[in-house]
Write a protein that binds this ligand. Sequence first.
Ligand code: GLY
Length: 318
Amino acid sequence: MGMKRRDFLKTSAVGLAAPSALFSGVTIEPNMNDPLILSTWEHGLPANDAAWAVLQKGRSAMDAAEAGARVPEADPKSTSVGFGGLPDELGNVTLDACVMDSTGNAGSVAFLQNIKHPVSVARKVMEDTKHVMLVGEGARQFALAQGFEEMNLLTDESKAAWEKWKKKRREMTPHETHDTISVLVQDKKGDLAGACTTSGWAYKLHGRVGDSPIIGAGLFVDNEIGCAAATGLGEEVIKTTGSFLVVELMRQGYEPTAACEEALNRVIKKHKGNPDFQIAYIAIRKDGEIGSACIKWTFEYALARDGVNKLYKVKGMI
Ligand code: GLY
């Protein structure tokens, strides 16, 4: 597993303001025959199990990432993703998702309603159209034409939570319901891919779209360098092009965790050192090193590697 490259990175200007030219053009030795899956939050555990099963069949990182993301999408207990997701202020469940593969191809859907697996619709956009992104009614029509079934995604539990919120109409603090599932995968060939899917900020304005379907914000994959994904307050991830930034920082020589921290530093600085919201990043570098960081409180990621699938806690930077 790319030891030379990793040693070089470790003994270099890691975590510091590494001059970008120092590393540009250098190929990171790929991690081969050591597949891994890195996902956000506790619902990452069952997602990783599903993704791992796909990798065991010799299928691609993209197949595995999609299979993983579909698990919380279908789980009504995951109230920030897919079926059972908390609705917007009008009571509509609206979904955002994207995928990106090892060739740099990408697909995405935003503000999609009544379709249980937006991540698979995003993959269809990537593979069966000339476009990257479809939104709203157009995305729904596309999904139906592709054979996806329509269904009501608002469960009794999520409806009850929304009705309770409506009665009080209390101001939602932006960290309450942002448990996006992002799944990053490196397959045994060393190829990278990712998927990201969410119902977004609970009780958001009707029409709001977060970072999760925005390539470079919620997810970015560069098969030469690494991949990264986000969870948390999408508005702030979009404004800093978060996942793209993490990958570019890895390109400049930052270790994966240092890259996540530096991307978050940009947000923390903008908010005078004390933002009242959460963002977390996860990252895989091409040589198989992983990293993660979050702004505050704690964050958990699930890592499946060497046949072990485990949850790890990350402490906030502030
Ligand atoms: N990160 C998910 C969202 O803000 O919608």
